[in-house]
Design a protein around this ligand. Structure first.
Ligand code: 4AD
Ligand code: MG
Length: 480
């Protein structure tokens, strides 16, 4: 039975080798009129049509051509008369590789809601939407590595299990091998982590930054790209408990260099996605247009997905300080008319996503980089400004997303760093290895963290972060 090596649907759809015999393997999307099989093999969101001659075909076999079944088809590649396709396969032999019970298979040849598909995430790969989303995700991951590789950065693998809280925010998942029901106790009754696997209390990493800083002070330019974990109970369309982060760290860079690198990276990877995922982005653009038809006019985007991505490439990001942003927000209409949930009345307030989105979507109408935040609302490692109140932080805000990047120039002066750590109750002793970089050949340096799923969210035009990672982890969500 085994004849030719299979040809991918993507290649067949571009072929004009009419008359040659080909083999296609894939999954049945639809079977119409007892004659037309739409086959998808994942290589493209488009299907190839295979035509069976029902006069000669085995009737029992045709009955098994149900949505979801895996099949192998061999036949002649012919020019198609049907509209919407150039080629099709005239079936000579047909084999069912794996049946799919039409009564039980949850995916039907109709539109399913994203919420429903999230419940069957193990099968949602077989839909056009998720095929497109994860192709774009792949393209973005590849482009990130290429961008840094071409610049001479070293890709650094930082540990997933750590004993430190890099952000000092206390949002960590504990890692332990102790018997949960009967853990060893110290004399004072606390759980004795000295007897745990690592001989100390450990957790899943919230960021690879601290380790990346160590390597940057030797290689000059490094980046991480790995999973990070946050036990923050944020049930939003922008937060995951497990997400992937890209963290470049560069010796001798100041905040200005840091902003330039971040803007260049974002533009590079978006351009790569546009160039290599034309079909997918076109499909996702139309999906978004359909979705937005259900919303009131004033909530719809002014630009479609492709236009929005191109707009991002063609315009410089707006750069301003936190202090300047507060002035704009204070005097904004939604603030005066008390439309913001959190009103901006004084300098020092942490910006909520409603404020970030106002700046990006209403005021500047383009990506924004905010710098020099109050030190009280930022992490301990950021370089302190001479004003004594702000730090050299930067957040990049994107339309529809809010914060996509957070970063800073780092505090390279040992005395000032130790003092700030003390004020923020960060254990100076435990982080002796981090402080050693400041003891031995310290130098100015800077870096940032790009939330990978927020980037994928932006480029795909999806609206919930759980739909751009294959198996989302979020509060009360760890299925599959
Ligand atoms: O702003 P964050 O917390 O910064 C850091 O972790 C620094 N150590 C980065 C650095 O300077 N090397 O996180 C960086 C980015 C955010 O801008 C956001 O895009 C993403 O990570 N992010 C999340 N994405 C999804 N779910 C969450 N819960 C996220 N928290 C942060
Ligand atoms: Mg942040």
């Amino acid at each position: 039975m085994e004849t030719l090596k299979r040809t991918k649907v993507k290649d067949l759809l571009q072929s004009t080798a009419y008359g040659t015999e080909v083999t296609v393997k894939g999954w049945v999307r639809t079977f119409r009129n007892n004659q037309f099989i739409a086959i998808n093999d994942g290589s493209t969101i488009n299907n190839i049509q295979a035509v069976v001659d029902f006069n000669t075909a085995d009737e029992a076999l045709l009955k098994r051509l149900t949505t979801g079944a895996a099949i192998s088809v061999t036949g002649e590649l012919i020019e198609s008369l049907g509209k919407g396709q150039k080629v099709e396969v005239k079936v000579k032999t047909l084999e069912i590789l794996g049946d799919s019970d039409a009564e039980k298979f949850p995916l039907q040849p109709k539109k399913h809601s994203l919420e429903f598909l999230r419940e069957i995430a193990h099968l949602r790969f077989r839909t056009n939407t998720f095929n497109a989303v994860f192709k774009v995700r792949h393209a973005l991951a590849y482009a990130i590595h290429k961008f840094f590789n071409d610049k001479g950065f070293v890709y650094l693998h930082t540990p997933v299990i750590t004993a430190s809280d890099a952000e000092g925010a206390g949002e960590m998942f504990r890692v332990t091998a102790l018997d949960f029901n009967n853990p060893p106790r110290t004399e004072t009754g606390e759980v004795d982590f000295k007897q745990d696997f690592f001989g100390k209390s450990t957790n899943l990493t919230v960021s690879g930054q601290l380790e990346a800083e160590l390597a940057a002070m030797a290689f000059g330019e490094v980046y991480t790209f790995g999973p990070t974990f946050r036990a923050e109970n944020s049930n939003t369309t922008r937060h995951l408990a497990e997400f992937w982060m890209i963290e470049p760290e560069v010796a001798f860079n100041d905040l200005n260099d840091n902003m330039n690198l971040a803007e260049e990276l974002l533009k590079y990877v978006i351009k790569h996605a546009l160039e290599t995922c034309g079909d997918e982005i076109e499909f996702l653009k139309n999906r978004l247009l359909e979705e937005e038809k259900t919303k009131p006019m004033d909530e719809r985007s002014e630009l479609d997905l492709t236009a929005k991505l191109n707009f991002c490439l063609e315009n410089d990001f707006e750069r301003l300080t936190y202090t300047e942003a507060i002035e704009i927000l204070k005097n904004s209409n939604p603030n005066k008319k008390k439309k913001f949930k959190y009103l901006i009345d004084k300098w020092g307030a942490d910006l909520q996503s409603e404020h970030e989105r106002y700046l990006v979507e209403k005021h500047f109408k383009k990506p924004v980089i905010l710098t020099d935040y109050p030190k009280e609302i930022k992490a301990f490692y950021m370089r302190q400004n001479d004003d004594g109140t702000t730090v050299r932080a930067m957040d990049i805000l994107f339309p529809g997303i809010g914060e996509i990047i957070g970063g800073s120039q780092r505090e390279e002066r040992l005395d000032l760093l130790e003092k700030r750590m003390g004020e923020m109750h960060i254990p100076v002793d435990e982080l002796y290895w981090y402080l050693d970089t400041r003891r031995f050949g310290t130098a100015p340096h800077a870096g940032f963290g790009l939330g990978f799923e927020r980037l994928v969210l932006f480029v795909t035009g999806m609206t919930n972060i759980r739909d751009v990672i294959p198996f989302p982890r979020a509060p009360k969500t760890a299925e599959f």
